[in-house]
Design a protein around this ligand. Structure first.
Ligand code: TYM
Length: 332
């Protein structure tokens, strides 16, 4: 059986990186796999969140996923805290994962920054919860952006270590699905930094809630260099900002990066940016307007999450039970 699990944090505006690196692929995989998609609110509180913001962002993320084409009837869409099996499995994995494995995680280093002592313990064991998310459903495939690769390697390490410690073939080895021309969308202000929800500058990202004018202006102002666009991939790769915009264009138009580049080779950025802005607006406008419509009806969004959680729980609970039996928890 092929089963997908993937998640997204409700920590602010979803952006073009989330869309091209993950959400759009999630939508496309629905034809081939049984899919479970999760708004990961337990992960969100590894950094401080205001309760009212967390509630709003959870509904917004759900609305974005529905608007982008997640089919919550055929598949499952829910928020993590409604299914307690995630937290229960995570505890078991806290006792499987080694400190040395967690110490290698670059995301913890990036997010904790210089002041590690004041990072939450949750942020440190975040990858164990992520492994629990996936393995509580025995998911076989996980579509993500490039930045989550290391966490998926840890998930495989945890699954393998659990299986060999208890002499079982209980957890599957998950396969990451990282594909498309935009697996790592970079900031529009700095081609060496990932596009992220937490960047202080709103000009660094295109949000799924941005108006057509916002999108046009952000692309117009995106950092570039004075040279015309190149005609070889090697030359493109030497110019991170140009490479990033070309990757976005390629992904949005379903072209290879090579084909997209050939179309603009030798041209000035100004004409390329105009076409890119028009394409981004065309691609995102239907999602943005559907999202607004959904946000006007929070009762419907909540009902989707409630229904998804009940169906997720029905899959997760028996797998958690089997795992607890393997570990030796007595249930007289
Ligand atoms: P999160 O919320 O940071 O991002 C959600 C998804 O978007 C992808 N992504 C990007 N892709 C390309 N370019 C970017 N600039 C970019 N920024 C984000 C991410 O790779 C991700 O696929 N830890 C996860 C959430 C999670 C999860 C899971 C994922 C929790 N449990 C289990 C898969 C399976 C995270 O913080 O994603």
């Amino acid at each position: 059986m092929k089963r997908i699990f993937s998640g997204i944090q409700p920590t602010g505006n979803l952006h073009l990186g989330n869309y091209l690196g993950a959400i759009r692929n999630w939508v496309r995989l629905q034809g081939e796999f049984e899919c479970i998609y999760c708004v990961v609110d337990l992960h969100a509180i590894t950094m401080p969140q205001k309760p009212e913001d967390l509630r709003r962002h959870t509904r917004e993320a759900t609305a974005s996923l529905l608007a982008a084409g997640i089919d919550a009837k055929t598949h499952i869409l829910f928020n993590q805290s409604q299914v307690s099996a995630h937290a229960e499995m995570a505890w078991i994995f806290n006792c499987v994962a080694r400190l040395g494995w967690l110490n290698r995680m670059t995301q913890f280093k990036d997010k904790a920054g210089k002041n590690r002592d004041s990072a939450s313990a949750g942020l440190y064991v975040y990858p164990n919860l992520m492994a629990a998310d996936i393995l509580t459903y025995k998911a076989t495939h996980v579509p993500v952006g490039d930045d989550q690769k290391q966490h998926l390697e840890l998930t495989r390490e945890i699954a393998g270590s659990f299986n060999s410690a208890y002499g079982v073939e209980h957890f599957p080895m998950v396969e990451p699905l990282i594909f498309g021309e935009a697996t790592r969308v970079m900031s529009l202000r700095d081609g060496s930094k990932k596009m992220s929800k937490s960047d202080a500058s709103d000009y660094s990202r295109i949000n799924l809630t941005d108006s057509a004018d916002d999108i046009a202006q952000k692309i117009r102002k995106a950092r570039t260099d004075p040279e015309p666009l190149p005609d070889t991939i090697a030359a493109l790769e030497a110019r991170p900002e140009a490479d990033n915009l070309m990757g976005i264009f390629a992904a949005l138009s379903d072209l290879s990066r090579e084909a997209a580049m050939q179309r603009f080779a030798g041209k000035q950025f100004s004409s390329f940016k105009e076409e890119l802005a028009a394409l981004a607006i065309d691609s995102l406008a239907p999602i943005t307007s559907e999202m607004r419509r959904l946000m006007a009806d929070p009762g419907h969004v909540d009902a989707v999450l409630r229904d998804g959680a009940a169906r997720a729980d029905a899959i997760a609970r028996p797998i958690l039970r089997q795992t607890q039996d393997i570990v030796g928890f007595l249930r007289p």
